[in-house]
Design a protein around this ligand. Structure first.
Ligand SMILES: [Zn+2]
Length: 279
């Protein structure tokens, strides 16, 4: 019943927060599952939402689309956890496909929300400013009342949980990757939730005339140096996450470096194309 009401509310709100380009995978069903230790996947088939749990409270990273909020809550419950135990909601980057559901999940859980300075401002407004490469083609989303600003490299704690934000910008000026450890028995692995590293923009935006290339390079260097046994990405397809789970090849200490290598190539191609077009 509650889900039906949420769906109805979503349909009524749809014209206000209508999406530009949506991949049907973003709302496609996905069985929630344990990634490793206390780290769980609670997102949809095409958008990651990650739950890290502890007896003292849980952390959720990325609320995805507004319409996915009821699904994420269902997934949290299906795994045996309580939405009310989510104490902190974090974000990769403040585009609607990763952040639009934050307000609904904050309301349902009472959790604090934390993000980089740029992302926090976007989430509090529910819309991106002009320095977002995708400015003008992004749908607005429900604003998040109060977002705490995190600094690169600080430690965010909920009980025994300790997650570290790494500013890996470029895709947006506030892009943030997150790292933490999860353990099973006596084996602890380093998990990296690496933000999107794709140079995608609205028509007319030139990466070559922006700060983005320098931001990308700084982020690449950070991601290459992180201890990274398990790579997770906001778009699971960008790191073949679900296929790696099925093939039981989830643990791969080279995955972050390969992810960066592909991103370096994509950025170089984009800058080259921009250069050719301007000649
Ligand atoms: Zn994005």
């Amino acid at each position: 019943m509650r889900i039906r009401l949420a769906l109805l509310a979503f349909v009524l709100l749809l014209p206000r927060f209508a999406a530009a380009q949506r991949d049907p995978d973003w709302i496609a069903p996905q069985q929630p599952f344990r990634i490793y230790g206390n780290t769980y996947y609670v997102g949809t088939h095409g958008l990651a939402s990650i739950l890290v749990t502890s007896p003292a409270g849980d952390i959720l990273i990325d609320a995805t689309l507004a319409e996915n909020a009821p699904t994420i809550m269902e997934h949290i419950r299906a795994l045996g956890f309580r939405v009310e135990d989510v104490k902190l909601i974090l974000n990769s980057h403040a585009h609607y496909d990763h952040a639009a559901g934050t307000a609904a999940l904050q309301r349902a859980s009472g959790a604090a929300v934390a993000a980089s300075a740029w992302s926090a401002a976007v989430m509090e407004h529910g819309s991106s400013p002009k320095d977002d490469p995708q400015f003008g083609v992004l749908p607005d989303y429900p604003p998040v009342p109060h977002v705490r600003i995190v600094e690169d490299g600080e430690t965010l704690q909920v009980g025994p949980l300790a997650l570290t934000p790494h500013i890996t910008a470029g895709h947006t000026p506030g892009g943030t990757s997150w790292s933490w450890q999860s353990c099973e028995a006596d084996k602890c692995l380093d998990i990296v939730y690496a933000d999107s590293q794709t140079p995608v923009s609205a028509d007319g935006f030139l990466f070559s005339k922006s700060d983005a290339p320098a931001q990308f390079q700084r982020g690449f260097a950070i991601l290459e140096q992180l201890r990274c046994d398990i790579l997770i990405t906001p778009h699971p397809g960008a790191s073949s996450l679900l296929e790696r789970v099925d093939a039981k090849t989830l643990v791969d200490p080279q995955a972050c470096r390969r992810y960066v290598a592909r991103a370096r190539e994509a950025l170089a191609n984009r800058l080259k194309r921009e250069g050719e077009r301007q000649r």
